[in-house]
Design a protein around this ligand. Structure first.
Ligand code: ADP
Length: 269
């Protein structure tokens, strides 16, 4: 069985590339929701996806997350054309390559926090082992929940549950993490903690993060803001590490190559 991903240090190719992605719904009346999306996300990029309700953000995230297939166009993930994978292959590939953080944590309430974080590894490898337990334990330490390792997920606060969900998303060290309104259910303090964790993991593992958010304050702290309006990319803006907007010519390079800061992780209290 393959080991969890070691994110490639090769910055030459995007981790995610969309070419002319369209998505329609309906049979008798067909409604096209995404009208030809072209997008490339580099390893280590920390991207906010914003836009009004109904613009197509969740639809796009479902496609990128390999939870649904485009009506036309192609999605390349870590160099693989995902249209060539059958459903079983897609499921396996998704488990290896993508970590998910949803608005609702989706933890299994009858399991401990440790078991929840181990879940992606269990699905991947079949049966628990000491290395898996240790990896999950370390992740829980990193998200500041060492004292909750044996607690049932249902006994945690909302902010704590979402931090467990972040740890679970990182269990496989996926090269791409997708987050759909990850702070949407949290107060400002807990939202900041969760956002800071995503950022710290982004810098430590150099995974690419795509975060759908309505929170303009958090979006402004991302390296790049992609705005979806009426099923098209209306704007795509990268910033340098100081927060200044880069000219369009600077858009080919991730502005803040994650993992170069050397900052240790400092989990929230
Ligand atoms: P956002 O996440 O930006 O709020 P969505 O991607 O959820 O937008 O929705 C975009 C549009 O696609 C909406 O008009 C929505 O009604 C429509 N839509 C989304 N999913 C489906 C579906 N399964 N069937 C039909 N229409 C859908």
């Amino acid at each position: 069985m393959a080991e969890p991903n070691q994110v490639s240090a090769d910055l030459a190719g995007p981790i995610l590339r969309l070419e002319g992605v369209r998505k329609s719904f309906g049979k008798k009346v067909i409604t096209e929701v995404l009208h030809g999306i072209d997008l490339a996300v580099q390893p280590g990029e920390f991207v906010a996806m914003v836009g009004p309700s109904g613009a197509g953000k969740s639809t796009l995230l479902n496609l990128v997350g390999l939870l649904d297939r485009p009506t036309s166009g192609r999605i390349f993930l870590d160099g693989t054309d995902t249209s060539t994978l059958d459903d079983a292959g897609l499921t396996r590939f998704r488990g290896e390559k993508i970590g998910f953080v949803f608005q609702h944590h989706h933890l299994l309430p009858a399991f401990t926090t440790l078991e929840n974080v181990m879940m992606p590894l269990l699905v991947h490898r079949g049966s628990p082992d000491d290395e898996m337990r240790e990896r999950a334990r370390q992740l829980l330490v990193r998200v500041g929940l060492e004292d909750k390792i044996g607690a049932m997920a249902s006994d945690l606060s909302g902010g704590q549950q979402q931090r467990v969900a972040v740890a679970r998303a990182l269990a496989m060290h996926p090269p791409l993490v997708l987050a759909d309104e990850p702070t949407g259910n949290l107060d400002t303090h807990a939202a900041d903690q969760v956002f800071d964790l995503l950022r710290e993991f982004n810098q430590e593992y150099r995974g690419a993060f795509v975060i759908v958010t309505h929170d303009t304050r958090l979006a402004s702290r991302c390296d790049r803001i992609v705005a979806i309006v009426d099923g098209v990319i209306e704007s795509d803006v990268r910033k340098n590490p100081e927060g200044a907007v880069l000219p369009p010519g600077g858009a080919g390079v991730p502005p803040n190559p994650a993992g170069t800061s050397g900052e240790p992780l400092t989990p929230g209290a």
